[in-house]
Design a protein. Structure first.
Length: 243
């Protein structure tokens, strides 16, 4: 597979962003979507107005099944979920979402609920649990928090996919060289491990640096750590590896 086609300037900038674990990718600042699942039409309409007023895009559903048929969001989003829909229980839907859309934050709303169920939902990752009627400003603040959480999750996944694509573009030999280089071995030592010349190692290393869009060994090590490729690194070896 060939390396991803991107402009050199943009890839260099993206590499530093990825190495630092920051979000700076297109699409993540698009208008967020707030999904609402509630059987009560009046509640859906009220939440739709509230969500629109604060600049988000409301998408409402009368049933959990209707929501599940909706494709996974590609912009920052969250779910405001009535806890007791007739087709799927709130906890069951939360379990399905955790499997199918693990980065989607859920805010529960309910007419009445017991403490045990609330604790179950919160332990399973719910952002918050509100009992109707709830204060609009508190819900809005929680939606804002949930959207930011999802924005960060989407950004992280996009960055990781970019790194995985770059790593896929490496040849088997280049992957071997990369793993040994980021472990702290000198070029000569890498050559000894693989039975190739130091000159050949340098050529492969140059290709690795280019395909992974890394400007330095430190960049390459950070990328390897994020891809979980790097073993424990010897700082003394890294300090010596200046060739």
């Amino acid at each position: 597979m060939s390396a991803p086609v991107v402009s050199r300037n943009s890839t260099r900038n993206s590499t530093h962003v990825i190495a630092q674990g920051l979000v700076a990718l297109p699409g993540l600042h698009s208008r967020p979507v707030v999904f609402v699942v509630d059987e009560d039409a009046s509640v859906r309409e009220s939440l739709e107005r509230l969500i629109s007023f604060h600049g988000w895009q409301p998408v409402t559903f009368a049933s959990a099944h209707a929501f599940l048929r909706r494709p996974r969001g590609v912009v920052p989003n969250c779910l405001v979920l009535d806890f007791s829909p007739s087709d799927i229980s709130g906890l069951d839907l939360q379990k399905r979402v955790a499997i199918e859309r693990p980065d989607l934050p859920i805010i529960f709303i309910a007419s009445r609920i017991d403490v045990r169920t609330t604790v179950q939902a919160m332990k399973a990752g719910a952002v918050e649990f509100f009992t109707k009627p709830f204060r609009d400003d508190v819900l809005v603040s929680t939606i804002r928090e949930a959207i930011e959480r999802n924005r960060n999750a989407l950004g992280y996944e996009a960055e990781m996919q970019m790194l995985r694509d770059c790593y896929t573009s490496l040849s088997p030999r280049e992957r071997q060289v990369m793993r040994l280089v980021v472990s702290g071995l000198l070029n000569k030592q890498v050559g000894g491990e693989l039975g190739i010349s130091e000159r050949t190692v340098k050529a492969h290393r140059g290709q690795v640096m280019q395909k992974m869009n890394a400007d330095s060994l430190a960049d390459l090590v950070k990328i390897a750590v994020r891809l979980e490729l790097a073993p424990t690194i010897n700082p003394w070896r890294l300090a010596r590896d200046v060739d």
